[in-house]
Design a protein around this ligand. Structure first.
Ligand SMILES: [Zn+2]
Length: 383
């Protein structure tokens, strides 16, 4: 869709009145891979789109993401980097300078066939979502959430930072106070780089301790507006509930935001191969449910998630929650066939049967460990 067509589409949506939840997706994700040895070789957004269609959960709520123009990306990114990223895609390879200056062509950030178009589509979708939220509402962009991207270079599988771009669009259209909540297994270093010290943005991140990028320590306040909670291995649903009740909800409520942006990375789920946390997708749904009524605008993004079954199921279940669709205990055949059709294309644990037959994980409750309680108390003391 051209940006003009997208703008027309947004106008049509506004004219429909109610800003019921909208889903922004794209076919660019289908078949796109960072390469056979990379964690992002697996399908993710296309699975969510296929499952939602199979369940009849889209109706007229699906919108095709526009691709952001290079000039639009200059809202945060360095023009020289954007030019280099486009050139790398056109050339199909990185130069020595690309590797040195922009971290392109590295193991983490390979040059793959859609290396500019795919992140530019994610950014275009999140920026469109921000525009659509002008008058209030809910938008889900599972292709967004690339929270490590830096202004001048790629970082941690993220070439652009659609989160920062979307939040900057919100601010530009007059949505002043933004609460950003990030439940990805990794710390949102790129978003913190974009908004540290901004009194109109409050950043709350829950992430695994002693894991890359090794930022977001408990006592790091990012200039006062950042709340960072590193959590131990095996972090469970009961602990996430405590974090929701004692950190996330009270800090968001106290901030009285005009918009909430939720980065819903699925790599904190038990089955993820890149992290050691143990949440079920019930925890993700609980966070969405708790945040939903706390601001007039809610933007839900994806993020990490490298097990093709758990990430596809999680984000599909989140969409069901947003539209109020009932999730059946047992999926119909058409949806089950989509999950059975996935594969790792490489090493990985064989999935449990439940990964094929239901979207609903078994709860993973457990003790709320003393170190989690102590860290929550330390953050409460900043009130
Ligand atoms: Zn992550």
């Amino acid at each position: 869709m051209s940006s003009q067509a997208a703008a027309g589409r947004v106008g049509a949506i506004h004219n429909r009145g109610a800003m019921g939840p909208f889903f922004i997706g794209s076919e660019i994700y289908r078949g796109s891979s960072y390469g056979p040895g990379h964690p992002l070789r697996v399908p993710r957004v296309s699975t969510v789109m296929d499952l939602c269609r199979a369940m009849g959960w889209f109706g007229a709520r699906y919108i095709t993401s526009p691709r952001a123009k290079p000039a639009a990306l200059h809202l945060w990114h360095d023009p020289a980097y954007i030019t280099a990223l486009q050139a790398a895609e056109a050339r199909g390879t990185a130069t020595a300078q690309d590797r040195e200056l922009y971290h392109l062509g590295t193991h983490a950030n390979p040059v793959y066939p859609e290396v500019f178009r795919r992140p530019a589509t994610g950014a275009g979708g999140v920026m469109l979502a921000a525009e659509m939220l002008r008058g209030g509402g809910v938008v889900h962009v599972p292709g967004g959430g690339t929270h490590h991207g830096l202004a001048g270079r790629a970082n941690g599988f993220c070439y652009l930072n659609d989160v920062v771009l979307g939040m900057k669009v919100l601010q530009r259209i007059g949505v002043r106070r933004i609460a950003y909540v990030d439940i990805d297994a990794h710390h949102c270093d790129g978003v913190e780089a974009g908004f540290a010290g901004d009194p109109d943005a409050r950043l709350i991140s829950v992430h695994e301790e002693r894991r890359w990028p090794f930022t977001g320590r408990l006592l790091d306040t990012g200039g006062g507006n950042c709340f960072n909670l590193p959590v131990p291995r095996g972090f469970n649903d009961s602990e996430m509930r405590a974090v929701l009740e004692r950190l996330i909800v009270p800090r968001v409520v106290a901030f009285a935001p005009d918009a909430i942006v939720l980065q819903c990375g699925a790599d904190a789920l038990e089955e993820d191969p890149l992290a050691r946390l143990s949440l079920s997708n019930n925890a993700h749904v609980a966070v969405v449910r708790a945040l939903r009524g706390l601001a007039p605008r809610l933007l839900v993004l994806g993020g990490g998630g490298y097990n093709p079954w758990s990430v596809g199921r999680c984000w599909t279940r989140i969409w069901a929650e947003l539209v109020g669709a009932e999730v059946p205990e047992r999926l119909p055949m058409a949806a089950e066939a989509i999950l059975r059709g996935l594969s790792w294309h490489g090493p990985g644990r064989a999935p449990e049967q439940a990964m094929f037959t239901t979207l609903i994980d078994a709860p993973r409750e457990g003790p709320v460990r003393p170190e989690v309680l102590a860290r929550l108390a330390a953050l409460e003391a900043r009130a």
